[in-house]
Design a protein around this ligand. Structure first.
Ligand SMILES: [Zn+2]
Ligand SMILES: [Zn+2]
Length: 256
């Protein structure tokens, strides 16, 4: 069976550096973007659909500043419809502040869609659900389920869970919701030496991210939102985790 793919357009947290742009991931077959950091400038040549759905985990700048690049992106590769999804208060803050006329000259050709009313949405055939996370100002994790190309209705969907900018979920209900993913994309902004900083800023450190993977047993683990000034190293073996573990890099494509 063919697979779905996610392209890592930006894998840093906070700010870009020489090798990483800020958070942005793209599923070309579904037309779904996960966050809109500076990496979004790499989008045009990858677009395969006549629609785009941009899912925002929250409104911190490293996840939304790339929305201001959309005019050029859509000029290079026009699509019929662009929908931006997120919590209503975050969308309002973006429209009021990032797109304030003193900061940006024109309105974007997109629709702003609150996810607040429902816990589950259908995005052109991709089932999306979300959960609140602990992070300064709050953030949400997304779970995506979509049929793989050439699959039959009885085949299970491909499942991706994207959890970024989070202290790390520990409650059984959220862990259950995250479980069974073909691909778990989980943030790991800090190494274990910086556990205190992780907890102070509402992020994860390596052992915490691995613990969550052990409790949710994905088929594959991709660590994201990498601290731009401290490259993360995967040195420890994790005996209770059999799946491949990778650190996301810009340009990486992951099949699931
Ligand atoms: Zn961030
Ligand atoms: Zn954040």
């Amino acid at each position: 069976m063919k697979t779905l793919e996610v392209h890592c357009l930006g894998t840093a947290g906070y700010h870009p550096n020489e090798s990483r742009h800020t958070s942005c991931y793209f599923l070309p077959q579904s037309g779904v973007l996960l966050d809109a950091g500076t990496g979004i400038f790499r989008l045009p040549e990858l677009i395969q659909t006549d629609h785009l759905d941009i899912l925002l985990s929250h409104a911190h700048l490293d996840h939304v500043v790339g929305l201001t690049f959309l005019l050029d992106i859509l000029y290079q590769r026009p699509v019929k419809e662009v929908r931006v999804w997120g919590q209503a208060e975050k969308l309002a803050a973006i429209q009021e502040h990032l797109f304030h006329e003193s900061l940006f000259p024109v309105a974007l050709p997109v629709s702003w869609n609150s996810i607040d009313e429902q816990s589950e949405w259908d995005l052109h055939g991709t089932k999306m659900s979300w959960r609140l996370q602990e992070h300064p100002g709050g953030s949400v994790a997304f779970r995506l389920e979509a049929a793989r190309p050439d699959s039959t209705p009885s085949d299970p969907p491909a499942v991706l869970v994207y959890a970024t900018d989070t202290l790390g979920a520990e409650d059984p209900e959220t862990l259950q919701w995250m479980s069974g993913a073909d691909l778990l994309m989980h943030e790991c902004n800090f190494d274990d030496q910086n556990q205190k900083w992780a907890e102070k800023t509402g992020h994860c450190y390596l052992q915490k991210a691995l613990q969550i993977a052990v409790q949710t047993q994905p088929q594959r683990l991709l660590l994201t939102h990498i601290n731009p000034i401290a490259e993360l190293q995967l040195d420890a073996e994790v005996p209770s985790l059999q799946c491949p573990i990778e650190i996301a890099t810009d340009g990486l494509r992951v099949a699931f």
